[in-house]
Design a protein around this ligand. Structure first.
Ligand SMILES: NC(=O)c1ccc[n+]([C@@H]2O[C@H](COP(=O)([O-])OP(=O)(O)OC[C@H]3O[C@@H](n4cnc5c(N)ncnc54)[C@H](OP(=O)(O)O)[C@@H]3O)[C@@H](O)[C@H]2O)c1
Length: 214
């Protein structure tokens, strides 16, 4: 079933633009908040994700969106105004890569999943961890409902209603969503985990995480 989502995306890089394309293809209204260091975001979108629109401001984007996705480098994620997210469904697609992001002492000390750590920036956001475990090329392989070879995407969060919205959206853009549990369970979607970087069907994905009987 197709819904009419408005999505907001922080970051117009590899992941952000791949998701923008999928959103446009699914009939979403797609708003993008690009890097504060770039002046050409709309021009870029016109080429790589035609139909996506640069948001006038992050605030305008968040207010207009049914869900927002954070797809910026983890090391730059503290530039985002998390105060905007109160009551908002926020999908954290980021991975913490010390080799790329540098060692973030706070997260190493906290011994939390990346998304639990980020969610502490606004506990009143409706946080869902998802989309982080497939590469951007694999994300581009989303497929129509009923198509063989549809890829599974895991999601984790503490707000069941928010997860239901994100699941419906993932289905619309061409993935089979698999709920892996609470936000803390989202650690199972992170680097080094059983499904990270693997293109799996829903059944294979669930089996890999022990979510179904073999
Ligand atoms: N690459 C993948 O296959 C993949 C797959 C799943 C998840 N991820 C995760 O998704 C995130 C993005 O990865 P990516 O590969 O798309 O990175 P990318 O290609 O480097 O794109 C990130 C974009 O976000 C922009 N940005 C930085 N700070 C921003 C801000 N405050 N507001 C809005 N935009 C901002 C960057 O601009 P600047 O030039 O200013 O930095 C850049 O254009 C990372 O956390 C990554 O671990 C990546």
């Amino acid at each position: 079933m197709s819904h009419s989502f408005t999505i907001g995306i922080f970051g117009a890089g590899k992941v952000g633009t791949a998701l923008a394309r999928l959103g446009i293809a699914a009939g979403n209204s797609v708003l993008v908040s690009g890097s504060p260091r770039h002046t050409h975001t709309q021009m870029l979108l016109d080429v790589v994700a035609p139909g996506a629109v640069e948001a006038g401001s992050a605030e305008v984007m968040v207010r207009a969106s049914d869900l927002v996705i954070i797809a910026v480098p983890f090391a730059k994620s503290d530039e985002i105004d998390y105060g905007l997210f109160t009551g908002t469904i926020v999908v954290d697609a980021m991975n913490y890569w010390p080799a790329v992001d540098g060692v973030v002492a706070d997260i190493e000390r906290a011994e939390l999943g990346n998304s639990e750590f980020i969610a502490m920036r606004n506990p009143r956001g409706r946080w869902v961890k998802s989309l982080n475990h497939l590469g951007y090329q694999e994300l581009a392989e989303a497929a129509a409902e009923g198509t063989r070879g549809r890829l599974a995407i895991g999601l984790a969060g503490d707000d069941g209603d928010a997860k239901a919205v994100v699941s419906a959206w993932l289905d619309d853009i061409g993935f089979d969503p698999v709920d892996v549990g609470a936000l803390a369970d989202g650690r199972r979607l992170e680097t080094g985990g059983a499904i990270f970087g693997r293109s799996l069907s829903r059944g294979e994905f669930a089996l890999s995480l022990g979510l179904v009987e073999s």
